[in-house]
Design a binder for this molecule. Structure first.
Ligand code: FMN
Length: 201
C-alpha cells in the first residue's frame, strides 16, 4: 500500500519526539512525507494539489503533536479546504473511498493521564472523534492512533524505541500486513507493533 504522511508541527525546530519519528519515516523507501508547515507557512493550502496527492495513496497518516486535545491549526485548515463536498464526501464524493486514515500523535500527558481516573479523563482516541467521524464521512476506514505518551518524561532510549516502532508500523502498512481485526479492537496501535529485538527490553 502507498503511505502518505501529512505532518503538522508548527515548532518542529524545537521538537524532541517528532524529529525522531520523521527521521525514521524518511528512511522508509516509498513513504511520501509532506511537511504541511513547510509547504504552507502562510496557511494558503492548495486543494487541487492536495487532492491529487491523496488520490495516489492508500493510507493517509496525520502526524502531529496533540494541541488542545486536537491537531495544530494548519491541519484543521487543510481539512477545511481539501476535503470538499462532492469530492471527499456527499453523493458524488467518493475520491477517498476505501482508503485508510490514521493519526500518529504525541502527547505531553502520560498514559495514566489519558485514562478515566487520570488528569485528562479520557483516552486519546476519544478526543480524536472529529477526525474519526470525518474519515468515516469520507468513506475511509479510521484506524486507532499510534500515540507517543508523556513526551517530557521520555528518555533517549524510549524515544529511539518509539521511532523504531513507527518504522515498523510504516513497513507493516506498506506490506498490507496490519492485522485489521485486532486493530479494530484496540484503542491505540502501539501495542500491535512488536519492537525489533535490538532495542526491545
Ligand atoms: C499549544 C500547545 C498545546 C498543547 N496541548 C496539549 C494537550 O492538549 N494535551 C497534551 O497532552 N499535551 C499538549 N501539549 C504538549 C505537546 O503535545 C507536546 O509538547 C508535544 O507532543 C511534544 O512533541 P515534540 O517534542 O515533537 O514537540 C501542548 C503543547 C502546546 C505547545
Amino acid at each position: 500500500m502507498k503511505v502518505l504522511i501529512l505532518f503538522a508541527h508548527p515548532a518542529f525546530e524545537r521538537s524532541r519526539v517528532h524529529s525522531r519519528l520523521i527521521n525514521a519515516a524518511k528512511q522508509q523507501p516509498g513513504v511520501t512525507l509532506r511537511d504541511l508547515y513547510e509547504v504552507y507557512p502562510d496557511f494558503d493550502v492548495h486543494p487541487d494539489t492536495e487532492q491529487q496527492i491523496l488520490q495516489k495513496h492508500d493510507v493517509i497518516i496525520f502526524q502531529h503533536p496533540l494541541y488542545w486535545y486536537s491537531g495544530p491549526a494548519l491541519l484543521k485548515q487543510w481539512m477545511d479546504l481539501v476535503l470538499e463536498h462532492g469530492w471527499a464526501y456527499g453523493k458524488e464524493g467518493v475520491a477517498l473511498k476505501g482508503k485508510y486514515m490514521l493519526q500518529v500523535i504525541s502527547t505531553g500527558g502520560n498514559e495514566h493521564a489519558y485514562s478515566p481516573e487520570g488528569h485528562h479523563g479520557h483516552p486519546v482516541k476519544q478526543f480524536m472523534l472529529p477526525f474519526e467521524q470525518s474519515a468515516k464521512l469520507c468513506n475511509m476506514e479510521y484506524l486507532s492512533p499510534f500515540v507517543v505518551h508523556g513526551t517530557n518524561q521520555l528518555t533517549e532510549l524510549q524515544l529511539d524505541e518509539y521511532a523504531e516502532r513507527y518504522a515498523t508500523l510504516l513497513q507493516t502498512l506498506q506490506a498490507d500486513r496490519l492485522d485489521l481485526q485486532k486493530a479494530r479492537q484496540i484503542s491505540e496501535l502501539n501495542n500491535l507493533i512488536a519492537l525489533p529485538p535490538i532495542i526491545s527490553k
